[in-house]
Design a protein around this ligand. Sequence first.
Ligand SMILES: [Zn+2]
Ligand SMILES: [Zn+2]
Length: 108
Amino acid sequence: MLETFFFIIGGIQPRVRVLDERPARCPACGLHQARTQRIDHYLSLFFIPLIRVRTGEPFLMCDRCRQTGPGSGSEAQAAAQRPSSRCRQCSRDLPADYLFCPHCGRRL
Ligand SMILES: [Zn+2]
Ligand SMILES: [Zn+2]
């Protein structure tokens, strides 16, 4: 009972942080619109982030084609329909057309 209540008012929520405002070259489309980002996880209460509980690994995501996106919401659904491959370093499932692993940053 108490646990259910806790999950309604609080929980761990991911937040995207852009680490580098200077765009780099996107490995997928070749445009200079890829930025280094990181997903940190925060313990939040009433949807307000309070404490950072996990610092994510930096990865590159292109503003234009969003090729190495964080994979949430519609992104994740689209990814589920594409053929997938597995990262050799962290062994997570990834869409086959990814050039970099969004979880550990390894080039695929
Ligand atoms: Zn791109
Ligand atoms: Zn990986």
